[in-house]
Ligand binder design. Structure first.
Ligand code: UDX
Length: 445
């Protein structure tokens, strides 16, 4: 069985390399020749732990190739995975489906043998049925093209592990007509299924919704704890202890209850907005109206961080040296899409602070987005002369730093822990004024 993967971004590149790792011959397809050239040389255009090695190995062995040609892909693949982007539409909340529509239409038209198109992109519910019509209408006479919906749940930073050993797999089928496609997909994933990964077989609509529901739930969990952190800040409580305590209830669980600057990235923010837009189109806007509040709580955290920094600097940031630690939306990633860290750094700069940003991997991407910030290439360079150190992305390097390491370098020993990952006692004992989002409004005397 031969596999193609349409789209070679985070999702597609990871999926292509992982399919090669499972033993398949894989052809990755992208309309961007620069990306195809880089990947064909075994070079990964972004940072993802473990993926560069996998790519090099399988490009080296010839099992994994890349092309810009849909014609080549149509002759090659028995299964075509669709992993192109569904970005937020400019000026709107809805998802932009142009790339998915084009990919499905093009591959269906190019297929010269019976095949299955497996949609992985995150799409508005109802898309799969529409795409199945596009596929059928585009297919050549005598070529059977079936579409399944097979959403992807990978997290950046854990993309390879999540793809090879997912918590579950979901397969949305076109009713009874989906029997051949189901059999093909069970073969593709045979190794994972044998190792016990649960497979949920359902209809198109449920499969599409599983993905957006999962992301909406995760976003809600984060905003729930961040909303509570607004309370603990006012009363002087400790949001981390609160999260630990409620998280011990198995029905709640401790994961995704880390309060701080909030969620960002290429998925959660756009997916909750797209779900709201889709619900409104379907006439059930009120069903997910709470997601507007989830979004608002999340955005408020950014303003609260800027406010906290301002207070720590005595009421004005103008001309003050601020060390910003982190630019990526989360650690182990160089992705700065909708990153709270970078947004906060830009806001501080826009109100007059002298901002030095250091991120172990995301400086280059951040500089493309906000060229006017000062990017430095070490933690030491960032904190030298700082009147406040602001930790915004919880890289291991930042979690491991100590007051003794920073104290000789900073101008004023104060730190804002935007991710609640440092030990307040350690920093206070080390002579720092420590403040955290949701932990203690005032430094302990
Ligand atoms: C997410 C989903 O987890 C994944 O299943 C889906 O396929 C794509 O979207 P990802 O965007 O890679 O994955 O990151 P994730 O680990 O979910 O983190 C999202 C954001 O939430 C990050 O900005 C992170 O810092 C933030 N976050 C996460 C918190 O602020 N608190 C938490 O407790 C957890």
């Amino acid at each position: 069985m031969k596999i193609t993967v349409l789209g070679t971004g985070y999702l597609g590149a990871t999926h292509a390399a992982s399919m090669a790792e499972l033993g398949y011959e894989v052809l990755g397809v992208d309309v961007d020749p620069a990306k195809v050239d880089a990947l064909s040389r075994g070079e990964l255009p972004f940072h993802e732990p473990g993926l560069a090695e996998l790519l090099r190995e399988h490009v080296g062995s010839g099992r994994l190739r890349f092309t810009t040609s849909y014609e080549e892909a149509g002759a090659f693949g028995d299964v075509h995975f669709v992993g192109v982007g569904t970005p937020q539409r400019p000026g709107a909340f809805a998802a932009d489906m142009r790339f998915v529509d084009a990919a499905v239409g093009s591959i269906a038209a190019a297929a010269t043998k019976d095949c299955v198109i497996a949609g992985k992109s995150t799409v508005p519910v109802g898309s799969a049925r529409r795409l199945a019509d596009i596929a059928r209408a585009s297919a050549r006479p005598g070529v059977d093209v079936q579409l399944v919906w097979n959403p992807e749940f990978l997290r950046e930073g854990f993309a390879v592990a999540d793809t090879l050993r997912p918590d579950r797999m979901v397969l949305g089928l076109d009713g009874a007509d989906g029997a051949r496609a189901e059999a093909v997909m069970r073969r593709v994933y045979a190794r994972q299924l044998e190792s016990g990964v649960p497979l949920i077989v359902t209809d198109y609509e449920t499969a599409e919704l599983v993905k957006v529901a999962a992301n909406a739930f995760l976003a809600t969990k984060i905003s729930f704890i961040n909303a509570l952190s607004e309370l603990t800040e006012v009363v002087g409580g400790d949001i981390r202890t609160l999260a630990d305590a409620i998280g011990l209830d198995e029905r709640i669980g401790r994961k995704f209850l880390n309060a701080g600057v909030g969620f960002g990235g290429g998925c959660l923010p756009k997916d909750i907005r797209a779900l709201r837009a889709r619900a409104a189109e379907l006439g059930v806007e009120q069903s997910v109206r709470f997601l507007a509040e989830v979004d608002d709580v999340n955005t408020r955290r950014r303003g609260a961080t800027v406010q906290a920094v301002t207070e720590m600097l005595g009421g004005s940031v103008v001309g003050k040296q601020v060390a910003v630690l982190g630019a990526a939306f989360k650690p182990d990633s160089d992705d700065v899409r909708d990153s709270p860290a970078l947004d906060i750094a830009a806001r501080l700069h826009s109100i007059g602070a002298e901002v030095a940003v250091y991120d172990p991997k995301a400086n280059a991407n951040a500089a493309k987005r906000y060229p006017r910030l000062d990017y430095v290439d070490s933690l030491e360079a960032a904190v030298t002369g700082a009147e406040v150190v602001v930790l915004l992305t919880e890289w291991a390097e930042f979690k491991a730093m100590t007051p003794a390491q920073l104290e000789p370098l900073v101008a004023v020993p104060q730190i804002l822990d935007g991710r609640n990952v440092l030990d307040p006692q350690q920093w206070e004992a080390g002579g720092f004024t420590y403040r955290a989002l949701g932990r203690r409004a005032l430094p302990v005397a």
